[in-house]
Design a protein around this ligand. Structure first.
Ligand code: SF4
Ligand code: SF4
Ligand code: SF4
Length: 332
């Protein structure tokens, strides 16, 4: 029995997680974008950018509902609306806590589109861009600012802050108005309506124009930089607040790390700490998408591990590393 388990573990550690991930992402994309055709409904509290503006979706992003709920006055949180807010939040947490940031690496349609654009760039043999570390550290803060704004702006609709006039309802879902998910994902169902400028009011016109601009930046940025948008994504910031409570984890045994830097070079987001951090066991950083590429590329036995409930489900091994390297060289 022990031998069978050992062989099974060995086979898993020798596999190409990236290949599995490619197919998993494609399946998630189909289910989240077209799941409605199969009567799939995962609800509106998903910790991923499946967009509520896209039909016939199989579920949608929590940020829309969160912004919408924040527009009500403080006092109403003490009534039934407060219960609605709590139920929505707990549903989001329940989804998130199981897979942690793997929602980004394996399920998010916007993440998948960025990976497809990267694959397209690679086909054209165009080199990708990387940020210098100080720039990376500065830019990553933007997602926390966006997260704060997407909560505070809707709050300023139902409440008056510091005696200032309340905002009008055009700002009810401010992040959705500029999110590339709103403009791009409906296109996969043949719906081009979100590409139009909304001229019904000045604020709507500004927001929809901003949305188109961000869409252009998303598409061009993702073509030249791997996971370009994820660095600025407020969902990623929101995830990270709860990441320590998640069941799926990426862990590192610093004693086994040779500081070769393979993991950092493999990381599409460019997280240097995955190689440099020798302090933390739980190595999931705020920009991590739990894709496991670093684990695949680590040559040290058991140095990096993906664990579920504390049990290793995929770990770095010398044998797995050399097999994957061999596979890549043969494919060239
Ligand atoms: S960080 Fe990227 S993959 Fe994660 S929710 Fe945002 S867009 Fe999607
Ligand atoms: S640190 Fe590892 S798991 Fe996280 S995004 Fe980078 S390569 Fe993927
Ligand atoms: S690939 Fe493994 S051994 Fe090399 S720096 Fe990263 S964690 Fe350390």
């Amino acid at each position: 029995m022990g031998e069978i388990m050992g062989n099974f573990r060995r086979a898993i550690n020798n596999t190409s997680l990236s290949r599995f991930r490619f197919y998993f992402q494609a399946a998630s994309f189909l289910l989240l974008i077209y799941g409605g055709y199969l009567a799939l409904n995962l609800g509106d509290q998903l910790p991923t950018f499946a967009c509520i503006f896209s039909e016939p979706r199989g579920g949608s992003c929590y940020l829309f509902g969160l912004q919408h709920q924040m527009t009500t006055p403080w006092t109403s949180y003490l009534s039934g609306r407060g219960i609605g807010l709590l139920v929505g939040f707990l549903t989001f947490i329940a989804f998130f806590i199981v897979f942690n940031k793997a929602w980004c690496g394996f399920a998010c349609p916007l993440g998948t589109i960025q990976d497809w654009l990267t694959a397209l760039r690679a086909r054209f043999k165009i080199r990708y861009a990387n940020y210098a570390e100080p720039t990376f550290q500065r830019l990553k803060k933007i997602k926390y600012i966006l997260l704060a704004l997407l909560i505070l702006i809707p709050m300023a609709i139902g409440n008056s802050f510091f005696g200032l006039p309340k905002l009008n309802h055009d700002f009810g879902v401010p992040f959705c108005m500029i999110c590339p998910g709103r403009t791009i994902l409906p296109l996969f169902s043949g719906d081009f309506s979100q590409l139009a400028l909304d001229l019904s009011s000045k604020s709507k016109m500004i927001l929809t124009a901003l949305g188109l601009m961000v869409t252009g930046i998303f598409l061009s940025g993702s073509f030249i930089k791997k996971r370009f948008f994820c660095l600025f994504c407020p969902m990623s910031a929101f995830h990270y607040i709860f990441a320590n409570a998640a069941l799926l984890r990426l862990s590192k045994d610093a004693g086994k790390c040779s500081r070769c830097g393979n993991c950092y070079r493999a990381c599409d987001v460019g997280i240097r700490a995955i190689a440099d951090d020798l302090q933390h066991k739980n190595i999931v950083k705020d920009d991590c998408m739990l894709c496991g590429k670093c684990v695949e590329m680590c040559p040290e036995e058991g140095c990096l591990q993906v664990k579920f409930l504390g049990l290793p489900i995929y770990q770095s091994t010398a044998e797995g590393f050399f097999k994957r390297m061999q596979g890549r060289n043969n494919a060239k």
